[in-house]
Design a protein around this ligand. Structure first.
Ligand SMILES: Cc1cc2nc3c(=O)[nH]c(=O)nc-3n(C[C@H](O)[C@H](O)[C@H](O)COP(=O)(O)OP(=O)(O)OC[C@H]3O[C@@H](n4cnc5c(N)ncnc54)[C@H](O)[C@@H]3O)c2cc1C
Length: 391
């Protein structure tokens, strides 16, 4: 059996950061990964350019049963700290929108940076290692298909359940449960909605149509783009809303943000009575959507011959389209997993389990989930750093 001070399980964003920081402190660190490649999710993130943080990162943009939990870690390793690291490695980046920072080149640069930092900190990285058992006496024993390791500190960094084909597992949740740590029920987040019946019949032919909207679910509202898909709705506004949505609840979409659609339709009726409603609607909406909604909601007449009431009703629908999704695309398409290891069981300063000294949990495995736009990687860096400082 080989002994290390710290064993980190999962070489994703949070695991590499925790290993790096612990190594920088002089700890002897082993980083175990079960796939053959570290940082796979980083590689596919942000369309291959990795939206690695957000300039507007504040604790209010994270979901958790304890909305204050993330404050400490986010304050001690901030988005500006990560930006400074990226600059030190000479990686060119740009702000795309809403504070979102992306590599100019490729997400591979972020993985290469993390691997270089881990190597400089003396971290031993072993890929294609399957953990078969974990036990704890005076120290942790981690059994793998390549032999056993022991450690004073064990960091769970195996992420959530999203995108199983990328290597996601419920491993951290299972280990947490085994050590008596409670879980907040996991569910897919930042995930497209699916619809059925007449609503799907309306949406399916619109697949590919995108427009700016305000999407609301629960207490949250997001002004970003929405995209119709073959199965329902996606796009940033919808993905964001999905994290605040509970099955059976409606989602409200404003298809014409900033416009009073009823007033606009009534004004158009007086100004251009010979125009077809779909032509008028196309001033507010993409043409295909305008055509579909006009056909669904209005009689086939020029707008001057349509009574005010159906025009007002259509306007109200445009500004407050209330939709009840049949469900979501699930973990296969979810960018993140909501829920996870209950923060009540962890120190917010170190990410160590309160009742299991030496056991740490970081990143997406924990019940802290960020908005779309670089927040989830920032949580991975910040929580990884916090654990690496103490493990
Ligand atoms: C398509 C997509 C795009 C995304 N884009 C962005 C983005 O641009 N910006 C952003 O902020 N967030 C983005 N996210 C979310 C972000 O990728 C995650 O929140 C982040 O990767 C979580 O980091 P983590 O280290 O906790 O988990 P992960 O990155 O999932 O890493 C966990 C690691 O543990 C390994 N592992 C799992 N089980 C075991 C086991 N039993 N034994 C050993 N190893 C194991 C996994 O293979 C993986 O390497 C995206 C997610 C997806 C799916």
């Amino acid at each position: 059996m080989t002994h290390f001070d710290v064993v980190v399980i999962g070489a994703g964003a949070a695991g590499m950061f925790a290993a790096m920081r612990a190594g920088q402190r002089g700890r002897c660190v082993l980083l175990l990964e079960h796939t053959d490649e570290p940082g796979r999710k980083i590689l596919i993130s942000g369309g291959g350019r990795c939206n690695f943080t957000n300039l507007g990162c504040v604790p209010e943009r994270f979901l958790s049963a304890n909305p204050h939990f993330a404050r400490s870690a986010l304050a001690r390793y901030t988005q500006h700290d990560f930006v400074a690291l990226v600059r030190r490695h000479g990686i060119a980046f740009h702000e795309k929108t809403l504070g979102q920072l992306f590599c100019d080149g490729s997400a591979r640069q972020i993985v290469a940076m993390l691997l270089a930092e881990c190597a400089a900190a003396g971290v031993a990285l072993r890929v294609s290692h399957r953990v078969t058992d974990i036990s704890r006496a005076d120290r942790f024993t981690i059994a793998t298909d390549h032999g056993d390791f022991s450690a004073e500190s064990l960091v769970l960094a195996t992420g959530g359940l999203s995108i199983p084909k990328m290597g996601a597992t419920g491993f951290a949740h299972d280990v947490a449960r085994r050590f008596g740590l409670p879980l907040v029920t996991p569910r897919p987040g930042l995930v497209p909605f699916t619809f059925d019946g007449a609503m799907l019949d309306l949406m399916r032919p619109l697949a590919g149509v995108a427009l700016p909207v305000v999407a609301r679910a629960g207490r949250a509202a997001f002004a970003e783009a929405m995209l119709f898909t073959h199965r329902g709705l996606s796009g940033p506004a919808v993905l964001q809303a999905s994290s605040y949505w509970a099955p059976g609840d409606p989602v409200t979409v404003d298809l014409a943000p900033g416009h009073d659609a009823s007033a606009a339709l009534l004004a158009a009726k007086r100004a251009r009575p010979k125009a077809e409603p779909r032509t008028i609607l196309a001033d507010l909406l993409p043409q295909r959507l305008a055509q579909a909604l006009a056909a669904l909601q209005l009689p086939p007449r020029v707008i001057g011959e349509v009574a005010d009431a159906p025009l007002k009703a259509l306007g109200a629908l445009l500004n407050r389209w209330s939709l009840t999704p049949a469900g979501t695309e699930g973990y296969a398409k979810a960018e993140v997993t909501l829920g996870g290891i209950d923060t009540a069981a962890l120190s917010q300063k170190t990410m160590e389990a309160k009742h299991v000294p030496g056991l740490f949990a970081v990143g997406e495995a924990v019940d802290v989930t960020g908005w779309l736009g670089g927040y989830n990687f920032q949580w991975a860096w910040s929580s990884g750093w916090a654990a690496g400082e103490a493990a």
